[in-house]
Write a protein that binds this ligand. Sequence first.
Ligand SMILES: [Mg+2]
Length: 347
Amino acid sequence: MTTGESFTPVADIGEFGLIERVQQRLTAGTSTDLLTGIGDDAAVYRVADGKVHIVTTDALIEGVHFDRTFVPMRHLGFKALAVNVSDIVAMNGTPRFATIALGLPHNISVEMAEAFYDGLDEAATLYGVTIIGGDMTASQRLVISVTVIGEAPEERVVRRSGARPGDLICVSGDLGSSFAGLKVLLDQKKRMEREGDAFKPALDDFPYVIRRHLRPAARLDLVRGWEQAGVRPNALIDISDGLASELHHLCKQSGTGALVHAATIPIDLETRHVADQVGEDVDTFALFGGEDYELLFALSEDDLERLPSDSFTVIGHFTPPDEGIQLKTPEGGTIPLDAQGYAHFGG
Ligand SMILES: [Mg+2]
């Protein structure tokens, strides 16, 4: 390293800090067709009068995002597409096309690659996506990069920035189950390393949470339901890094505060059992555990009756910005809710 040249570790500023810094260096794009650029779940640009395309890209890296000892290739293929579809859904769009780039290490066989693409194809069928191309290259470890292109009528697009004080904070499905599944799988891996050949996997006790971790579903069904009901949330994000972190994104970009009632956060019984077994607080699973890929959205109170009540849960409401982001605990106290979800660079 040249003396005098500064070296700032990425962990010092974190993933979001780095995105902000590189964004300032990208000065070339001046297209007036760009409606939403860096900083939302996906980018949105106009392709025709009243019609937009929505584009997202995400990389999954072996050893960072997944561990091949307990992630079957078929599930990995399914998940790689589903998590990108989730970002299109998080703009209230419909996914259409995808490209796949793979970095393949020597220890991946043809059969394993085929299983990966079978999983991709399964997700593509489920979400109505056509895979139109990609790239393959040699790599030190398995690297998966997926780009999905979606579309929407311009007036249907929902950004992170539209929540207003008084709006209801809503989530789909249940939270913390993917993290619980990861806990079970990591525990099994530890036992496998300890017990060697004598090891017998015991995964039958927690089938739901394991599936939630290995094969998360994108909530395209909700977006379709909103369209049918003629409802459009005011703000929307998918929960990839944990409820607390995503709520901070919505509040920051909308200029609001929030009050969440911890007791109302939907948590599956199986998730509670895993938390009990490992002696941890299940609320931390739901607030800070990532990869649930459920939707977090702001809904006007007037729209509440227009949606099927079993499709989401109200967990609080948005407040004026000076009230901050607060959590009402089951004991009745109110504490500030930190964003400390999953930090990609250990920041
Ligand atoms: Mg997202």
